[in-house]
Design a protein around this ligand. Structure first.
Ligand code: ADP
Ligand code: MG
Length: 323
């Protein structure tokens, strides 16, 4: 199969374009049409074999995850997807792999109304790079820099299970098969929180998605906003933000997975304390659970305490490719 046949067969689809797409795959450029006055939100994420995924990972799951990690960035900005492009380096044109990968990608793209509008295909070590384009009304984007002292700190969904699956796949911990299956689902099929990001426009003061771990990504918000935060580790462990599977493990491992794990693709965000009920309402309208973890402080830095108010030293770095 040649390059152009491959693109046509696996990545070009017939049918009318959605309103935001004037021209999709097949020309020198795609043409997108954001609604008048809206700002374009753009984000790129690359996935490299051996670094972000195992060589034998299910291609359907990989197609899903490659797009999911990008959509998660749009969600964290409060942006609505317009379309995406895919740059793909493949060692060979493996029909089974391509069929699975494109199926996983298109299933999520269809569900998120984020059509594939272009890309590039070349031979080489397996490497995937997706760029997403979205739109957000001026002033309504959820930047990292808007957190203020007194704001509450929230997180969506559950933290730590992706890291738990990774530790198990690397042989560092043994899990019961059904526990591993659940955790693996979180590692390989993260859910981008797009509906929540949209619902938090005008409510959240700052937001980021949790890709490198709660401590690290909340840390980005704190630095960008020039503030600090006080969080209760035991309250976190007891909250809905921790799965029963993770809570059943020794405290140290549960905390490490939840705080420094990464690959969660949940939203960490802040909102004024007076907007507490508005946050709960937004979460309800987006059908996405959220948990309140603590408070933003004037004093910079991230401080953890236990249930008795004793400070905890949880100085784990979040994931850094060059550390
Ligand atoms: P050019 O060489 O002019 O950049 P290409 O031959 O790379 O064009 O691609 C032809 C068309 O196919 C373009 O519209 C491009 O956006 C699209 N395309 C290439 N690879 C992919 C891919 N993996 N997924 C989606 N569209 C792709
Ligand atoms: Mg090209």
């Amino acid at each position: 199969m040649g390059e152009f046949e491959l693109i046509r067969h696996y990545f070009q689809r017939a049918g009318a374009n959605p309103p935001g797409v004037v021209l999709g795959v097949g020309d020198d450029c795609a043409l997108l049409a954001p609604e008048p006055g809206q700002r374009l939100a753009i984000s790129t994420d690359m996935l490299v074999e051996g670094r972000h995924f195992f060589a034998d990972v299910d291609p359907v799951a990989l197609g899903h995850k490659a797009l999911a990690v990008n959509l998660s960035d749009l969600a964290a900005m409060g942006a609505r997807p317009l379309g995406c492009t895919l740059a793909l380096a493949l060692p060979r044109a493996d029909a089974t792999w391509l069929a699975g990968f494109s199926r996983g990608l298109f299933e999520l793209a269809d569900g998120a109304a984020c059509p594939l509008v272009g890309g590039d295909t070349t031979k080489g070590p397996l490497n995937l790079c997706i760029t997403v384009f979205g739109q957000v009304p001026p002033g309504q984007e959820l930047r990292r820099s808007g957190a203020r002292a007194g704001d509450e700190v929230w997180v969506s969904g559950q933290l730590g299970d992706a890291r738990l699956a990774l530790d198990a796949l690397l042989g560092e911990i043994e899990l019961a098969p059904e526990v591993l299956a659940r955790a693996r689902q979180r590692l390989e099929r993260p859910t981008p929180r797009l509906a929540l990001g949209l619902a938090l426009r005008g409510i959240a003061s700052a937001a980021a998605d949790v890709s490198d771990g709660l401590c690290g990504d909340l840390g980005h918000i704190l630095v960008a906003s020039g503030v600090g935060a006080e969080l209760d580790a035991d309250a976190l462990l007891a909250s809905d933000a921790i799965s029963a599977d993770l809570r059943a493990l020794p405290r140290e491992r549960a905390l490490h997975c939840a705080l420094a794990g990464g690959d969660d693709y949940e939203l960490i965000f802040t909102a004024p304390a007076g907007a507490h009920d508005a946050v709960l309402q937004a979460a309800c309208s987006a059908a996405t659970p959220v948990s309140c973890l603590g408070r933003i402080t004037t004093e910079p830095g991230l401080r953890w305490q236990d249930a008795c108010g004793r400070p905890l030293d949880l100085a784990w770095a979040s994931f850094d490719h060059f550390a």
